[in-house]
Design a protein around this ligand. Structure first.
Ligand SMILES: [Fe+2]
Length: 287
């Protein structure tokens, strides 16, 4: 399959030393430590999600990027396998383990949702083992039009040397791959696993029949958040336009009004301040 082309991985240059702790990082660290979090901290990161669930476009600088870097990368580890099946449910009937649903969104740097982003999850089974012969607990999926994803799985088992985690690769269309891992709050081994990063903590709560986790990815994808117009093709005022505007490219024959008077363009030009129709008889003729 053509997902995740070789040689295009984001580099792992993360280090927390010296980084100013942002609101989101502090929030997640507090959640991990079981500290009571002020409501104001919880409310802010929730806004971006709220905007998406209502179908409205997030604000141009919504709180999902409150000074944080994009979601930090982590090592792939030895157990990734390409060509996982496309599926959102990794659980089969009878699969042992605590049921877990992970939901979230994929955002770009302007906190606008990224649709059709590829997410490839892989994790250990209930006993802490990876399936290297087949594709148990492996699957890829794409975010929907709102940038949302849902993974149905189990809480991964522990294995020696690591805290509890889920591996994932995330890729916006045509962009580099983010390889990282997601962590669970309240895990004793979070304090001793050198790879553990509180910025990658999911929020986890008890739900119906299992655990419900949430995590939003922020990819290093530039987004303007505004409709773009080509700077090389300024809009041409159509005939019948009722106003002259500096910066507009006018074609000969175009009719405009200025100061309540009608003018016709005598030769094509890019209008600029000082060339108003009444003061540019070479360009405009009053009608
Ligand atoms: Fe692992």
């Amino acid at each position: 399959m053509d997902e995740f082309p070789d040689g295009d991985h984001e580099t792992t240059t993360e280090g927390s030393g010296g980084r100013e702790i942002s609101r989101k990082t502090a929030l997640k660290a507090a959640l991990a430590a079981g500290v009571t979090v002020p409501l104001a901290m919880i409310a802010v990161p929730a806004l971006a999600r709220t905007n998406v669930t209502t179908g409205a476009a997030p604000e141009l600088t919504p709180p999902c990027d409150d000074g944080d870097d994009p979601t930090p990368p982590q090592m792939e580890g030895p157990y990734f396998k390409p060509s996982s099946p496309e599926r959102t449910n990794l659980v089969t009937p009878g699969t042992p383990g605590t049921r877990l649903t992970v939901t979230g969104y994929v955002f770009g740097r302007a906190c606008l949702p990224v649709s059709r982003a590829l997410l490839d999850f892989w994790q250990a089974d209930n006993n802490g083992a990876y399936d290297m012969a087949g594709y148990t607990f492996r699957g890829h999926q794409y975010t929907n039009a709102q940038g949302a994803f849902t993974l149905t799985t189990i809480v991964p088992g522990l294995y020696p040397g690591r805290t509890r985690h889920i591996h994932v690769k995330v890729q916006a269309p045509g962009r580099p791959i983010l390889t990282t891992q997601l962590y669970f709050p309240g895990e004793p081994r979070n304090n001793t696993d050198s790879l553990f990063d509180p910025r990658l903590l999911m929020t986890v709560r008890d739900g119906q029949g299992g655990k419900e986790a949430a995590f939003d990815f922020v990819l290093n994808v530039p987004q303007t958040g505004t409709p773009t117009t080509s700077p090389t093709t300024p809009p041409t005022t159509p005939p019948g336009s009722d106003s002259w505007v500096a910066g507009t490219s006018y074609a000969a024959g175009t009719r405009v009004t200025y100061g309540g008077r009608a003018f016709v363009c005598l030769q094509g030009h890019l209008a600029q301040s000082g060339w108003e129709p009444p003061s540019a008889p070479a360009l405009w003729r009053a009608e």
